[in-house]
Every structure is written in structure tokens, then in C-alpha cells.
Ligand binder design. Structure first.
Ligand SMILES: Cc1ncc(COP(=O)(O)O)c(C=O)c1O
Length: 375
């Protein structure tokens, strides 16, 4: 059986990782400024994480959601404390798209309305409602088209209000910082306006923190820079440091009903062991503080380099926009300087390293980057 060929691949096979380094099967070492697409939070193969998963699988890997799994409550307690949302409830699933799917559904169950407001260049995943609220017609199949969605530009509260006034909007979904869209930041004022408007018009505010959350912005959630509290928050990627886990944080205004949401794999024992270890490491190693510090250092140093049109981001979620295509720069970074980075569109490099990136590794990256830029 061959693999369904949907990914354009680099001819590199990564077989090992440690902290912010990865190695291919020939033993070549790479500096990881990509984190496997913003997934690696505490670093590759962290010993505490490895031990937690290993010990859990020796005892029990999985049992169904029809019996008590106290690890879920341990995780919820730690997540509530770490994020400042201890009055919210947690629903556990396996991927970011599923988290958004459930958020959109819960909002609609709650207020009985149907239409969703999403933003231009947004990415929310590839399942039915999640892909429909993603602003990319190429990945929306005809079966996804029936959900009514209106895409609006970021940072224009008047346009949002005009839509909410029509009375049929169930939810507004927005990324804490747009990732796939090229590290675009909603302004703090816009976030505050959204919060007020959603409350005023009985619309649920959904914050997709799948890429920007879990410390990546230098705060637990990127929306916390604006001092707002959404009704629903979705998390994935960094929550499991590579183990597939995702979560939906649900405000106390929602009432759970048996059977309303459900999943086979969500919240399984192994996933919880991984996610608990991640939060323990966050606390022990002060990773959010590290993210803010190393991120600020990188932004400052990158700003000194010539040829970059714009630098955007917060913490260790940084976009470097160039006037021209970054294809060659990225390829040189990878094949000559052995640095993994991400992209957005054709002209933006995305830096999404593990949150344990040290200042020394940041310095190392800048010097490799300078070689590629010839400066
Ligand atoms: C902001 C955002 N939302 C949702 C998703 C979808 O997550 P997943 O691929 O785990 O379904 C992604 C993935 O890149 C993302 O960046």
C-alpha cells in the first residue's frame, strides 16, 4: 500500500530529538526553530515527559470514557491553575480541528443560532465546521459548504458589529495570533471590542489558541495580552508536546448535558500522562518566562538585520516577512545551515521553536541566519 500523497516532503528523515535539536538518520544535527509546526513545547524527548508516558503505558494505555479516569481531573486542575481559567471546564479531544469543531457546536447548542464570523486568512483545521471557518476555498469541499460563514478583516470592529446586529450569528472564532495567515496579530483593542460585542449580542466568543496558546506568546494565552476572557478556548499542539491531545476550555455559562459531546480517544490515559508532564515541566522550568525573554531577544536581534520587510509576533511565535519569496532563504537555512523553520504564504518565515530555546541557541540561530542572508 502506498501513502496518500498530500504532503510535499523534504528529503530528510528525522529520527531523534533532544531539547531544541533534532537528528536525521545520517546523524546530521539540526537546530529546530520550527518545533514540528509549533507542537514541541517542553523540548524533544524531555526526560520527565518520557518517564511519565513510559510509566503510564506500563500500567494502562487506554480505557474508555465510560469509567472514571482521574488523570483527566489532575490535568484539568493543573491547566486551570497554569492558565488562570480554574473556573472553566475542560473537554478533552485529540486534535486542534476537533477542538474547534466542538467549540462551534457547543456555541450553537447554547444559543441556537447558526452563522459564524471568522477572519480573513484564518486557519482553524480541516474537519467539517473547522475547515469551513478556515479562509481557504481550496481546502473546503462541497460537503463542508453548508455552514453559513462570513469572513471579515481583522481589526475592524464596526464590520463585526454590523454582522452581529443581524441576530443570526452563533459565534465569532478568532486565533490568538494568526499562524498560517503569517503571524498576524489582532490588536488588543479589537479583542476587547469583540468581547463586548459578543456579550451584547448573545454571541459566543471562541479563541483558537491552538498555535498561539500554551505559553508560545510569552503569556499562557495570547488573548491574555488584551485582558479578556473568551467563552470558549481551544488548545492543541503544545499541550501534549507531540502526543496527540487537544482541549476545549468552557466557560461556566455552558451547561453540560450527557451525550452532548463525546469521543473515543479524547482524554485517554496516555494523553493525560503526556499533558500533565508538560504542565509540570512548564512550572519547574519556568518555560513561559523563558519564552517571553528569548522571544524578546530574538525580535530585538532580528530587527537589526537588513532586508526584512516586517517582523511580527510575540514570544516564540515570530514571522519574518520579506519583499520577495523566502524559498531560497529557507532552503539554505535547512540544507546549508541545518536549521528548521516554518513558512506562511510565499514571503514569510515562521519561527516556532520549542519553548525551552535558550539565549545561546537564539544567538546560534542569528549567526546561521546572517550567513544565509550574507550580512
Ligand atoms: C490556529 C490553528 N487552529 C487549528 C489547527 C488545526 O489543528 P490540528 O492540525 O491539530 O487539527 C491548527 C493547525 O495548524 C492551527 O494552527
Amino acid at each position: 500500500m502506498k501513502l496518500f500523497d498530500v504532503y510535499p516532503l523534504f528529503n530528510i528523515e528525522i529520527v531523534e530529538g533532544k531539547g531544541c535539536k533534532v537528528w536525521d538518520k545520517e546523524g546530521t544535527e539540526y537546530l529546530d526553530l520550527y518545533g514540528g509546526h509549533a507542537v514541541i513545547s517542553v523540548g524533544h524527548s524531555h526526560p520527565v515527559y518520557v518517564k511519565a508516558i513510559t510509566e503510564q503505558v506500563k500500567k494502562l494505555g487506554f480505557y474508555s470514557n465510560s469509567v472514571i479516569n482521574s488523570l483527566q481531573q489532575v490535568l484539568a486542575d493543573k491547566l486551570g491553575k497554569a492558565s488562570g481559567y480554574d473556573d472553566y471546564s475542560l473537554f478533552l479531544i485529540n486534535s486542534g480541528a476537533e477542538a474547534n469543531e466542538n467549540a462551534l457546536k457547543l456555541a450553537s447548542f447554547h444559543n441556537g443560532k447558526k452563522r459564524v464570523i471568522a477572519f480573513e486568512h484564518a486557519f482553524h483545521g480541516r474537519t467539517s465546521a473547522a475547515v469551513r471557518v478556515t479562509d481557504n476555498p481550496k481546502i473546503i469541499a462541497p460537503v463542508n459548504e453548508d455552514l453559513a460563514v462570513t469572513y471579515l478583516p481583522l481589526n475592524n470592529a464596526d464590520l463585526v458589529e454590523k454582522e452581529l446586529q443581524k441576530g443570526d450569528v452563533s459565534s465569532v472564532i478568532i486565533e490568538g495570533i494568526q499562524g498560517v495567515g503569517g503571524i498576524q496579530l489582532p490588536s488588543d483593542t479589537f479583542m476587547q471590542n469583540l468581547r463586548e460585542l459578543c456579550t451584547q449580542y448573545d454571541v459566543c466568543l471562541i479563541l483558537d489558541e491552538i498555535q498561539s496558546g500554551y505559553g508560545r506568546s510569552g503569556k499562557f494565552f495570547a488573548h491574555q495580552y488584551a485582558g479578556i476572557k473568551p467563552d470558549l478556548i481551544t488548545v492543541a499542539k503544545g499541550i501534549g508536546n507531540g502526543f496527540p491531545v487537544a482541549g476545549l476550555l468552557i466557560s461556566p455559562m455552558f451547561n453540560p448535558v450527557y451525550g452532548m459531546l463525546g469521543t473515543t480517544f479524547g482524554g485517554n490515559h496516555l494523553a493525560c500522562a503526556a499533558a500533565i508532564a508538560v504542565l509540570d515541566i512548564f512550572e519547574e522550568e519556568k518555560l513561559i518566562e523563558n519564552t517571553a525573554e528569548v522571544g524578546a531577544y530574538l525580535m530585538k536581534e532580528l530587527a537589526l538585520l537588513p532586508g526584512i520587510k516586517e517582523i511580527r509576533g510575540r514570544g516564540l511565535m515570530i514571522g519574518l516577512e520579506f519583499e520577495e519569496s523566502i524559498r531560497e532563504v529557507r532552503s539554505k537555512l535547512l540544507f546549508e545551515e541545518k536549521v528548521f523553520t516554518g513558512v506562511a504564504g510565499t514571503n514569510t518565515i515562521r519561527l516556532l521553536p520549542p519553548l525551552c530555546l535558550s539565549i545561546e541557541e537564539a544567538v546560534d540561530f542569528i549567526s546561521r541566519f546572517k550567513k544565509v542572508l550574507n550580512v
